[in-house]
Design a protein around this ligand. Sequence first.
Ligand code: PBG
Length: 326
Amino acid sequence: MQFPTIRPRRLRRSAALRRLVRETAVSVSDLVYPLFVTHGKDIKQPIASMPGVYQMSPEHILQEGEKCLELGIPAIMLFGLPAYKDEKGSSAYDPQEIVPQAVQLLKRELPELLVMTDVCLCGYTSHGHCGVIENGQVHNDSTLPLLAQTALAHAQAGADMVAPSDMMDGRVAAIRKLLDQHHYEEVPVLSYAVKYASAFYGPFRQAADSTPQFGDRRSYQMDPANVREALKEVEQDLAEGADLVMVKPALSYLDVIRAVKEKTNVPVVAYNVSGEYSLVKAAAEKGWLEERKIVLEMLLSMKRAGADIILTYHAKDAALWLREEA
Ligand code: PBG
């Protein structure tokens, strides 16, 4: 049968009908808000390329955590700006450093807020790479114990979930093993399993002060051309004990989110990264597009592609808008 018997427009005639047949929805419960914590007091340093995003000292991070809870956002992801950097990224696994400190504060004051931590070395190494350098290369196996130590320091401080983003092979297993040895067997690992070498991270590197000082990350992050390889990464990380898997970036990789979703039965996380945020903010500032509608449409597309959870710098705005639309 076909037109005129079949008329898809029949189900689009009113708001109520459209609501009734809607297939996908974004919920505030799906959102995770990324935050950048720095040492000091009363610091709220704007990131030029990410309007509305700041490097913040712990008491401001705490306020942000409170806001998230008020808005119904269940979780935050913490990135740290350490006091010192060296070749081996020692400040990443220093229990006195900024991330463990901030985690302790957050969990003491806001126990119901889920605190996730980014586990990587790039913000902590003097050279800005995600692993240690040997003979001019990012060396995989000697990086693993350092990542595991970092995850352990976060878990000991009270982190609810650790999220390795370095893209070293075998890091999920190394982290799982060390956490279990120290009786943190209940702390889940969210693996940035599918992380592409993407130009969309540009603004983040300013925010996290994590730009590589030589070369680029293409020897460890994935080639944007590949999708079968994404499934291999996911399979490997799940075999090593990952509890959730992430695809990053999100917007140019919706096909990858879909492919991962179809192959797995763990929660799939999408990272709506810094560059995706900056694009929207810049165009909105110029009055070239409607920020609210664009953001909600983008988040919806990630859900439709198969994301269960979305990390996004738009989380607080989106939470308000979703509340108004409900
Ligand atoms: C650290 C890390 C990066 C992001 C999250 N964790 C940057 C990178 O790999 O250079 C990017 C997040 C964003 O762009 O919002 N390895």
